[in-house]
Design a protein around this ligand. Structure first.
Ligand SMILES: [Mn+2]
Length: 277
């Protein structure tokens, strides 16, 4: 199953490349996975399910400088295991960083009070009211912000911002390995890793790759030219949890791809109309 999966992934990217989806240039890549999949020789072969993105880079199908890997963790999450990712310049984001950042940027949900003069609490400690509030929970809050509000207020963007910084506005491919999710949400996979992303996190992130909407005003309108979702293993699935999650995430991915295709066609028609007038 892994071999078929891997071969399909590679063939898909090659087809996209030949179709000039990337304008003849390597594609950007958003890779959401527990594993970086940039390994090398394993058991005498470099063709296995832990190596597709090294091969894709070697073949010039993806640009490692425009590649971000999100959700990396587990017993293989050491820099030397995925050294190719780091050496080639891919942005490797572990699951801790992803969850700390949040999927999408959050605006401070609470108006910030105007700063007031510093109030001296003791001979050695001072507290400046207003943002940023004191980080010490032992001190009384100097303003009306709750702890949750303060946490949002200091959050700097989300994973979505980092994806846009790395991948930019050029053509990109999206590969989602279902084991990026916590096994609680997606147990039916061959190499589950605990401590993963929630389905809701993934939905927010994928929706954010599309156009800005009322539900997701921070959408980055990614120029998505192709996508896949891999590693769903029905024999390991329980109560169809994994296939349910996978089908819903694929729906989100296809929505993003359709939005990108509509933009491309609109741009092409605009260019065609301009030249014919
Ligand atoms: Mn994986």
């Amino acid at each position: 199953m892994h071999r078929r999966r891997h071969a399909w992934r590679r063939a898909t990217r090659r087809a996209l490349h030949r179709h000039d989806a990337g304008g003849g240039r390597p594609l950007g890549l958003i890779h959401i996975d527990a594993h970086a999949d940039t390994g090398d020789d394993y058991g005498g072969s470099r063709f296995h399910h832990g190596a597709p993105f090294k091969i894709a880079t070697d073949e010039g199908l993806i640009d490692p400088k425009r590649t971000i890997q999100v959700g990396i963790r587990g017993s293989l999450a050491f820099e030397d295991v995925w050294s190719f990712s780091h050496r080639s310049g891919m942005r490797v984001m572990g699951v801790d960083e992803a969850i700390e950042l949040g999927a999408v940027p959050r605006l401070p949900p609470h108006p910030q009070p105007a700063p007031r003069p510093t109030r001296r609490l003791s001979s050695t400690r001072t507290l400046r009211p207003g943002w940023p509030c004191s980080a010490s929970s032992a001190l009384p809050l100097p303003c009306s912000l709750t702890a949750a509000h303060r946490r949002f207020a200091v959050r700097q963007g989300g994973v979505l911002d980092e994806i846009y910084r790395v991948v930019g506005g050029g053509p990109a491919y999206l590969s989602f390995d279902i084991d990026a999710l916590d096994p609680a949400y997606a147990p039916g996979t061959g190499t589950p890793e605990v401590g993963g992303l929630s389905t809701h996190f993934a939905q927010q992130l994928l929706r954010g790759l599309g156009d800005a909407t009322a539900a997701q005003p921070g959408g980055i309108s990614l120029d998505l030219v192709g996508c896949d979702l891999v590693e769903v293993s029905p024999p390991f699935d329980t109560a169809n949890l994994t296939s349910l999650a996978a089908a819903n995430l694929l729906f989100e991915m296809l929505c993003v791809q359709v939005q990108a295709e509509v933009r491309r066609r609109g741009a092409a028609e605009g260019e065609g109309g301009g030249s014919g007038a």
